[in-house]
Each structure stands twice: as C-alpha cells, then as structure tokens.
Design a protein. Structure first.
Length: 331
C-alpha cells in the first residue's frame, strides 16, 4: 500500500507541476513556436536520436566484448530500446529499465546473470559518469567565461560539486567493495516493486564483484566505453539544436547546454517520465532569455521522441513474449 501511495504521489506531483508551468507559460504562447514548425528539422532530430541509441548500444557492446561475450549489435539495440521504454514508465528514469535489459539478455542467450547484469550496470555507470564529468566541466566553464545571473551561478557551482562528490564516493566505495550499487538499488526497490529489481538485488553482490573485476582488469574495455560515451555529447548537442530549429528558434550554445544539463538533472527525480519536472526545468532555462514558452515547446518535442521510443520498446517487448504488465506487476 505504501509503495502505491508513493507512486500515486509522484504522479500527482508531476501533473500539478505540469499544469502550473503551463499556466505560467500560457497556452497561446506555447502554441506560437509551432507556427514555424519544420518537418525536415524534426526528421533530422529523430535521426540524431537514433544515433544516440546506437552510441549507447555500442558502449554496451564494448563492455560485453571485454567480458568475453559477443552479442549481435541489433539484439543489444533491441534490448536497449526496451529498457528505455520501461525506464520512461517508472519513477526511476535511466535506472528502471536496466534490470530488464539484463534479464532479457540472460533469457535469450542463457548467459549467467552475473555477467548480463554487470554488463548493464558497468555500461550505465560509465555512461552516467562521463555525463557527470562533462556536465561539471561545462558548468564550471560557464562560471569562468560567462556572466551568469547570481542564482544560476550558485546553482551551477552546487551541481558541479555534487556531481564530482558523487563520482568520488561511488567509485571509491565500489573499488573498496562497500556496496554502493546495493544501496542504490535498495532505495529504488523501496519505491518500485519491479520483479527485475527484486531479482537483481538478490544477485547484487556478485554483480558488484564483476564490476570491480572489470574496472581493475579490463582497462582497455573501460577506455573504449568511455571514449564511446564521449561521442554522445556532441550528438546530443546537435539533437537539441535540431529540436529547437524545428520550431524556428535559433538558440545560443549556452542555452542548449543548459537545456541538456536540465534534462540530466530532472532524469534522476523519481517521477515517471519526469512529468512536470522536465517542463519546469526547460521553463526555468528559457526564462533566462525571456522566452519560457520556447522551453515548454522544446519539452513537448522531447516528449514526442520519448513516447515514440517507448511505443517502439513496448512493441519489441511484446515480441519477447512479455507485456509491460508482466514487467511492472508485483511479484
């Protein structure tokens, strides 16, 4: 019952935020950017999105290769999209679908659970680590070279320091075998009664041992995964640039980078699909240049591609003999 109340509360909070932000922006103002809508730029935006999925899959493939496992790229891409769909529907964006990926890989190829789950967590951890490092570098660079408003500067400095602190604590405790991932998954398991979380939590010690072994003994694999991860930021920048051009808005480099960082931050807030908080984040960023309605319009475009990926993922999941109900139901 408590978990149902937590889930319901997160949805209600998201809906309230969404309504409040839309009320502040004004419906007519939100519609205005779409009067210059370009299908050509939208198509290029979706192409950039597909490239980002391919980059993430490449990173996962690199981890598996250095674990001694050769898995077809298209199969990994399929499971990546399924995982993205599940993540979007749970309050744990970027985490909710990861156990599902490991489960499907284990089920399909009969690989040991320790290898499949550790490959997913290594790939996810390295990807998020690079995101955190680059985000910190960008924010600190903005503090040094741009005249940001005082409140924005304070927020940027806080986020940068927290990101660096998190990375130091995470990797130091992981290498010391103090179980940081066990702690993270226990927290999410208390919020989400997802059967794959339950299965993974029971094997987490083995998974963490595999991760430590990979980080210590597969340094070439770590380097390759990190280099692949770094490709995602220029492509993400292009993706957001194209999204804004599709509504006829020429954004500065600073605004685009702040939009990407806002997306990364709201993704960790435990609300399904970051509903409401994503709109609030973009609204805040574009309020800096007095066009908050463009931020809401951007959010709607980002939601469109997320919903498209989610629908694709759920269709692919059904081809695995599962439905979203099978995945999300209590066990």
């Amino acid at each position: 019952m408590r978990k149902k109340l937590v889930a319901a509360a997160s949805v209600v909070i998201g809906v309230l935020l969404f309504v409040i932000v839309l009320a502040f922006a004004g419906f007519d103002q939100i519609i205005e950017p779409f009067r210059k809508f370009s299908l050509s730029y939208l198509a290029l935006f979706l192409l950039a999105t597909a490239v980002l999925h391919a980059i993430s899959t490449w990173r996962w493939s690199a981890v598996l290769k250095y674990q001694g496992l050769k898995v077809p790229f298209l199969l990994l891409l399929r499971y990546r999209i399924i995982g993205t769909a599940i993540s979007y529907l749970t309050p744990a964006a970027r985490v909710g679908g990861e156990p599902v990926r490991g489960f499907l890989l284990k089920k399909k190829l009969g690989i040991k659970a320790g290898h499949t789950y550790s490959s997913v967590l290594i790939e996810m951890s390295l990807g998020m680590s690079i995101d955190a490092v680059l985000m910190s570098v960008i924010l600190i660079s903005m503090l040094l070279f741009f005249a940001l408003p005082k409140q924005v500067a304070g927020f940027a400095l806080t986020i940068s320091l927290l990101a660096i602190l998190f990375l130091v604590v995470f990797y130091s405790t992981l290498i010391s075998r103090l179980g940081p991932i066990s702690f993270i998954f226990r927290v999410f398991s208390s919020l989400i009664r997802l059967r794959f979380f339950k299965e993974l939590t029971g094997k987490i010690a083995t998974v963490e041992d595999s991760m430590v072994e990979f980080l210590r003994l597969r340094k070439k694999g770590v380097v390759q995964a990190v280099l692949v991860s770094m490709l995602s930021w220029p492509v993400t920048f292009l993706q957001y640039k194209l999204a804004l051009l599709s509504i006829g808005f020429e954004a500065s480099v600073t605004i685009i980078l702040l939009s990407i960082i806002a997306t990364s931050i709201v993704a960790i807030i435990p609300i399904p699909a970051a509903f409401g908080v994503q709109e609030a984040g973009y609204f805040s960023v574009f309020s800096l240049i007095a066009v908050p309605s463009v931020g809401i319009a951007l959010s709607l475009i980002i939601r469109f591609k997320d919903l498209l990926a989610t629908l694709t993922g759920l269709i692919l999941l059904s081809h695995e003999g599962l439905s979203v109900i099978d995945v999300l139901k209590k066990k």
